[in-house]
Each structure stands twice: as structure tokens, then as C-alpha cells.
Design a binder for this molecule. Structure first.
Ligand code: ATP
Length: 307
């Protein structure tokens, strides 16, 4: 069985009358890129803070890397790299100096190997050219990358990142995505929150959708977007598909017809035999947006489908 890396049970946080997190059961497994998707204000940051032991739950249980949080923080946190809500750094010091300070707070290693590690993580996040510049001269995107470099210093087993691409330009987003996928391929479990559907769809292997403090969807992305059992036919004449296939046609409009049946070759053969021009065929799959819409109803328009 796959090892559970993050597990919460009935996790709740209330601020007065506000149910910021309202009884959630997260299940993140070793090797996942877990995308935690939710609109602004849905409770993502509060959840992330509880995972890291920075906020105490009102109710419920948190286990990270198999141990209770916040009780086991001292053993767990050194194995977790975290980036939450804009990284903190000393503006008058260089990126390198900031990382050395962070590293100095960590456990051991020779001066030389630590220096080398700082160089490596700066390189990994694409900041090696500017490591000597003071952080106050960094753009928001550069600060975000420096925060990520700090999270990587100790070669964590688990990365917990709250909106890691906030403030990055498309090139920066692409670089961070590639970096996270690289890290994941070498065994790091990644938990990242985002309000951007497209980002989660491109990165995640497993998805949890938070809607007003509740988890409304949690499953593997491949399962959520599995074929529906219907075939999409692209054709200049969708009405003729209806004439030929009758009530197997679930919809016909624009340049497509959706036909019941998950064997595109069979659908194609039937249409071509009847002389219907077919320009494309594919299995129908719901997009993550459709899955979220079905599960969260009105709130799906609050998570952004595109940047
Ligand atoms: P964003 O992406 O905007 O940060 P989020 O999904 O991370 O949103 P949270 O920051 O966790 O959401 O906030 C969830 C709810 O809890 C919001 O209604 C917020 O106003 C409220 N909240 C969060 N922190 C506090 C606090 N310290 N005191 C009172 N209310 C809070």
C-alpha cells in the first residue's frame, strides 16, 4: 500500500463565526503532486498553516509523514520544505546570504558543503546569476523563487507550497513547474495550493478541491478526467450523424457530435460507411473545470480557469 504522507481527519478551524476550514479529510500519498484547488478565501492558507503546525486546529487531527502535528513538529519539519504567503527575507542581504542564514539554523554539515548546497538550490530555481544582489532589488517573482530555494535547502521529502507561482511571469511559472516535476520524479512528494485550475490540471497527479472550507472533490486527476464512455466526432455535418446513429447521439451542434460508445473506430466505420465526412474522433473526457463545476456548483466560477 502506498504510504500516506499527509492525512487529516475532521480538520476544522473557526475564527469566531467564520468556518475557515470545516471538517476536511485530506489524503496525500507518497509520490503525489497533490493540487489543492480553491477560490480565494476558501481556506487553503489556513489548511497549509495547520499542516505545518503554525495554526492550531479548532478540532480534528493532522498527520504529516506519519506523525501527529503540531506535537511532532521537531521531527517532522526538518523533512518538510515549505513556502507560504510570500517568503520572508532580509532585504538588505543578498539572496545567498539569506539562504546561508536559513541554512545556519539547520542541522550540521561542513561549511563547505553548506555553501555548495546554497549554490545548488540557487541554480535549481534559476537565481544563480543574481544570488549576490540584495533581496530588496528582487522582483516579486525572484523573491518567490528565493523562498522556494530556501524550501529546498534540506532536500525535503515533502514540499508544501502555498500558491508558489504567485507573482511569476509565464517563463517563471514554466520554470517552477519543470522544477517541481523534476523534484517529484526523484521522489519528493509535492503539495501545492492554487486558485488556478489550469495550473493544477497541468501539474497535479491528485487533486483536492476546497469550497468554502469543505473538500468537495478528492481523487487522482486521471480518475476524475477518465473517459465518460462517449465518443466526440468532429464533422462539418453533425446533423447527419444524428440521422445515421439515431438515439446514440447525445448532442450535435457546431462542428461536433457526441455519440454513446467508447470505440471510436466503430463509430468512424459506421459514419464513413454512410458517407458522413469525419474530420476527427476522440474519447470524451471531462475537463477538471467540468468536474469542479459539477461538484462545487456555483463556486466553480470563483476558481480561475485561466490566468
Ligand atoms: P487566499 O487565497 O485569498 O489566501 P485562502 O483559500 O488561503 O484564500 P484563507 O486565507 O485560509 O483562504 O481564509 C479562509 C477564511 O478564513 C477567510 O474567510 C478568511 O477571512 C478567514 N481567516 C483566515 N485567517 C483568519 C484570521 N487570522 N482571523 C480571522 N479570520 C481569518
Amino acid at each position: 500500500m502506498t504510504e500516506t504522507v499527509i492525512a487529516t481527519h475532521g480538520l476544522q478551524k473557526r475564527y469566531g463565526a467564520v468556518h475557515a476550514v470545516d471538517g476536511i479529510d485530506l489524503d496525500v500519498r507518497a509520490g503525489d503532486v497533490y493540487g489543492f484547488l480553491g477560490a480565494n478565501g476558501s481556506g487553503k492558507t489556513t489548511t497549509v498553516r495547520m499542516l505545518l503546525g503554525l495554526v492550531l486546529p479548532t478540532k480534528g487531527e493532522v498527520r504529516v509523514l506519519g506523525q501527529r502535528m503540531p506535537k511532532a513538529s521537531r521531527e517532522v519539519l526538518p523533512r518538510v520544505g515549505a513556502l507560504i504567503e510570500g517568503p520572508a527575507a532580509y532585504g538588505h542581504l543578498s539572496g545567498t546570504a539569506n539562504l546561508r542564514l536559513l541554512d545556519a539554523a539547520g542541522p550540521g554539515g561542513s561549511r563547505r558543503s553548506r555553501k555548495q548546497r546554497v549554490g545548488e538550490v540557487l541554480e535549481q530555481v534559476g537565481l544563480s546569476g543574481v544570488g549576490r544582489r540584495p533581496v530588496r532589488a528582487y522582483s516579486l517573482g525572484m523573491r518567490q523563487r528565493l523562498g522556494l530555494a530556501g524550501a529546498l535547502l534540506r532536500r525535503p521529502d515533502l514540499l508544501i507550497l502555498d500558491e508558489p507561482t504567485n507573482g511569476l511571469d509565464p517563463q517563471g511559472i514554466h520554470e517552477i513547474r519543470t522544477l517541481l516535476l523534476d523534484l517529484n520524479s526523484t521522489g519528493t512528494t509535492v503539495f501545492l495550493s492554487s486558485h488556478l485550475l489550469a495550473e493544477i490540471e497541468q501539474l497535479a497527479t491528485r487533486v483536492g478541491v476546497l469550497d468554502r472550507g469543505r473538500v468537495v472533490v478528492q481523487d487522482d486527476l486521471a480518475t476524475l478526467t477518465a473517459p465518460t464512455g462517449a465518443t466526440v466526432v468532429e464533422t462539418p455535418d453533425p446533423q447527419r450523424v444524428r440521422t445515421v446513429l439515431g438515439d446514440r447521439v447525445l448532442s450535435a451542434d457546431g462542428g461536433t457530435a457526441v455519440v454513446r460508445g467508447a470505440d471510436p473506430a466503430e463509430v468512424n466505420a459506421a459514419l464513413v460507411a454512410a458517407g458522413v465526412p469525419v474530420t476527427g474522433l476522440r474519447l470524451q473526457r471531462p475537463s477538471l473545470e467540468e468536474v469542479v463545476l459539477a461538484a462545487a456548483g456555483t463556486s466553480a466560477d470563483r476558481v480561475e480557469a485561466h490566468r
